[in-house]
Design a protein around this ligand. Structure first.
Ligand code: PHE
Length: 448
């Protein structure tokens, strides 16, 4: 049982901090742009409110009941004599893999904050060259910022749940909301705002294909931080007076709102400049900086605040990916927190360095598999395969394996009978079956 618990507000901000990240601000707008807009947004919403939410609540209750690291949690709740279910807890390894490439994007963001103070690229094509050139030849600069990010993560996690994680989120999440609100209000006055709104919310399935469903569901996992034991581990430090359902709704609504608002801000800027939202992963590093430049001094201010907000959102997510692995070492291996943090950050850092090198001109030949660099492989493998696998395992464990009475008595007081039964129904049937079918499609067994 943990001595250091989150305060009520601290817990909500910490899981909001984990959920709200690059997934919302960097990834959501560009995959919406690439997958046709409104129809994609609709499928994403459905996935969040069914599959994603069912696992999110399952992780919270697992953490709250046992109040230990992930492996011990599954071990404690396994039927007597079963030695295997505890391995579900090792889904925290996915978090370690994500944390090895996620800070690379934070490194780019830090570089772009500095760049915004200096001079931004003057056109989209110049910005595109700049970005490609930076990721392919700017190895030292990337390594510098990457190391800085890792040191910060190490510094925060070492301080523990209350003094590290809670403090960080209490500070950065409100700051992020304030920056975003200001930017959002300004973007509503821009000429492209109406078009941005229409692009995101006008549902037209003609540009939509079944692959987009896969991307939408994978993104629902990523955006809610589920399937990697993060929500479980944070919830092991929940205080007794936290209302699970209210906390969940607050976080999920905030998570979706941040994604929508950043989509609206970004598309409003893009459409106001008559540009197109299809630059993929480079959207915020290519299209946006060029437009910021064109906007003159207000654009510079926008750029600085935008990248700072992005860095805040990302760092609060990054710390949450590493905590489950650190907790495992502390609880199961008797390692002290500082050393556990050092070990996990080092492993992730080591993999990450290779991911940076795999994008560089000098090394990309040696460090890529099937034409894909390590960064892309890690990104795809974690969000399209490992997170859904973790999700399926959690939904089966909570839906079918653990003690039903314990589950009911822990959740029903917060949810009432009807919401509880609907949640359980989704968790037992819809979630595992939907993920299973999508994964069969992904590996090419099913074709639709
Ligand atoms: N939810 C985070 C984001 O949207 C990513 C994340 C994944 C965080 C897994 C923790 C664990 O960026």
């Amino acid at each position: 049982m943990y001595k250091n618990r989150f305060s009520r507000v601290g817990y909500v901000l910490a899981i909001a901090g984990s959920a709200i990240g690059l997934g919302n601000i960097w990834k959501f707008p560009y995959i919406t742009g690439a997958n046709g807009g409104g129809a994609f947004v609709l499928v994403f919403l459905l996935a969040v409110f069914t599959i994603g939410l069912s696992i999110f609540i399952a992780e919270i209750i697992l953490g709250k009941i046992v109040k230990k690291d992930a492996v011990s949690t599954f071990e404690t709740l396994s039927p007597k004599n079963n030695k295997y279910f505890k391995y579900i807890g090792f889904s925290f390894i996915t978090g370690v893999l994500i944390i090895s490439f996620y800070p690379i994007v934070i490194a780019w963001i830090l570089h772009y904050i500095v760049l915004s103070f200096d001079t931004l690229p003057k056109s989209v094509s110049e910005a595109e060259n700049y970005f490609l050139n930076y990721t392919q030849t700017g190895v030292f600069s990337q390594l510098f910022y990457f190391s800085l990010v890792f040191y910060s993560i190490y510094f925060i996690i070492k301080k523990g749940v209350k003094k590290g994680i809670e403090k960080l989120n209490n500070l950065l999440i409100p700051a992020l909301f304030i920056i975003f609100l200001g930017m959002f209000l300004y973007s509503t006055t821009m000429s492209g705002f109406g078009k941005a709104f229409e692009f995101m919310f006008y549902v037209d399935f003609s540009n939509f294909n079944t692959n987009s469903i896969l991307i939408a569901v994978g993104h629902a996992f990523f955006c809610l931080s589920v399937g990697v034991a993060t929500i479980l581990t944070y919830s092991a430090s929940i205080s007794d007076d936290t209302h699970i359902l209210k906390a969940t709704f607050f976080v999920v609504i905030m998570d979706i709102l941040t994604a929508f608002i950043s989509g609206l801000i970004i598309f409003a800027i893009i459409f106001s400049a008559n540009a197109t939202p299809d630059k993929g992963a480079g959207l915020v590093f290519i299209t946006l900086p060029a437009i910021f430049y064109e906007m003159g001094s207000i654009g510079t201010i926008f750029a600085i605040f935008f990248f700072i907000a992005l860095a805040f959102a990302a760092i609060t997510s990054a710390v949450s990916m590493i905590e489950p692995a650190v907790m495992y070492l502390i609880e199961r291996r008797g390692v002290k927190r500082a050393k556990a943090t050092m070990i996990i950050t080092f492993i992730a850092y080591f993999i990450g360095v290779f991911a940076i090198l795999s994008m560089s001109n000098e090394f990309k030949e040696y460090l890529s598999v099937g034409g894909k660099n390590i960064f892309d492989i890690l990104d795809f493998f974690t969000s399209a395969i490992l997170m859904p696998l973790g999700g399926i395992a959690i939904s089966i464990f909570v839906g079918y394996i653990m003690d039903k009475e314990l589950l009911r008595s822990s959740l029903e007081p917060y949810m009432g009978k009807y919401i509880y039964s609907s949640w359980l129904f989704i968790l037992r049937f819809l979630t595992p079956i939907a993920i299973f079918i999508l994964m069969l499609k992904e590996i090419g067994v099913l074709n639709f």
